[in-house]
Design a protein around this ligand. Structure first.
Ligand code: NAD
Length: 355
């Protein structure tokens, strides 16, 4: 099969890590008989420098014409003083909106070989953990009516949370489908003891169980979920939650893996075209020094193979190669704690050898 992939390298370590992922995809293509065609587009600070805006029209058009999109990271001190709508990070919201991406998939996995990176007590994570957070991305309080007004006690501000049946059903279906492909356990997280949006959310999640009898659904209040993630993260398989709760819980989940350079993400919409990117930023402190860990971006490319192209064996080949590299004790500097470490390119070579 032939696949067209738009590459948004971005700023800082973005070009280095995206190029690593491209090499891995080329190797997978060779091995499994696929052709991946890559077309680069500008985004973020490099787009501001070249075109005067963080998200040029050609970039949006190129992403919409591609089969899928791989993004490095944007931003850096050079552009930090620009006004809000001219900041590189503005391009991220713009491209997600233009592509209609309403789902964010954030896996958080503790690799047995990296157990010592985990900030939790060893006995809590003795068996590791491997969970997936499905976060609603385009609704809820971040997009609701908001404003400032004069109230009884003077100046006040308000934000409103609103979720429609359509929005809850479509993120619910993504979550049930995701659980179906994994351990068939879905935990829906809400605040149904207080919020009406959560009560509708919970009702609809339970209605969906009729369509997915093979998936076991449970509910958890968000305050309890924040505790359970650090008390016993291995109890979770797939979590589905609203935009704001997902924003907070997915960062908590990433922190308990202890390795920011390892975590991929996917944002998906109605079509198979998605936006795949590492969860970390552009790491300007190490840009150009060959120190970046390319694994989060390589695993983002693996997610693309699975979620956009349905290539499960190809996805597994990458994931297994990453596991093998870690089990062999190979580390980039972020995980080496001063011991000799591989450069970005050497880590990529080590993964290529194991595909
Ligand atoms: P960061 O994630 O870029 O870096 C945090 C720390 O983690 C740094 O010490 C960095 O060196 C390290 N790090 C991150 N990724 C790494 C990797 N792959 N390998 C090794 N070490 C890695 O976060 P920050 O420093 O807060 O932000 C830097 C810039 O990135 C800012 O301009 C910020 O706005 C931007 N940012 C962009 C995105 C995105 O593009 N999606 C996300 C977050 C931050």
């Amino acid at each position: 099969m032939n696949y067209n992939i738009a590459l948004l390298r971005g700023d800082g370590i973005g070009p280095e890590i995206v190029d690593s992922a491209v090499r891995v995809l080329e190797k997978v293509g060779e091995k499994f008989g696929h052709t991946f065609r890559f077309t680069p587009y500008l985004i973020g600070g490099c787009a501001i420098d070249a075109c005067g805006e963080p998200l040029p029209k050609e970039t949006v058009e190129g992403c919409l014409a591609a089969d899928s999109v791989l993004l490095g990271a944007v931003g850096g001190p050079k552009w930090d003083t620009l006004p809000g709508n001219m900041r590189p990070e503005k391009a991220l919201l713009g491209i997600r909106a233009a592509m209609g991406l309403f789902t964010n998939l954030r896996p958080a996995k503790l690799y047995p070989a990296l157990a010592s990176e985990c900030p939790l007590r060893a006995d809590i994570v003795a068996n590791g953990f491997d969970l997936m957070i499905v976060r609603e991305l385009t609704g809820g309080i971040y997009f609701g009516e908001r404003g400032m007004r004069e109230g009884k006690y003077g100046e006040e501000a308000y934000d409103t949370e609103c979720y429609s049946r359509m929005e809850i059903e479509r993120i619910g279906r993504v979550a049930f489908e995701t659980a179906r492909k994994r351990g068939k356990k879905l935990c829906s997280i809400d605040k149904a003891n207080v919020l009406d949006t959560s009560r509708l959310w919970r009702k609809i999640m339970h209605e969906l169980t009729e369509e997915y009898p093979d998936v076991t659904l449970s509910d958890m209040l968000v305050d309890n979920a924040a505790m359970q993630l650090v008390r016993n993260p291995a109890q979770f398989d797939v979590i589905v939650t609203s935009n704001m709760f997902g924003d907070i819980l997915s960062d908590e989940a990433s922190q308990i893996t202890g390795s920011i350079g390892m975590l991929p993400s996917a944002s998906l919409g109605e079509t198979t075209r998605g936006l795949y990117e590492p969860i970390h930023g552009s790491a300007p402190d190490i840009a150009g020094k060959h120190l970046a860990n390319p694994i989060a971006t390589i695993l983002s490319a693996a997610m693309m193979l699975l979620h956009s192209f349905g290539l499960a064996a190809e996805h597994d080949a990458i994931v297994n190669a990453v596991d093998a590299v870690l089990n062999a004790g190979l580390r980039t500097a972020d995980l080496a704690h001063g011991a000799p470490a591989l450069s970005t390119e050497e880590m990529t070579d080590a993964i290529l050898e194991r595909i």
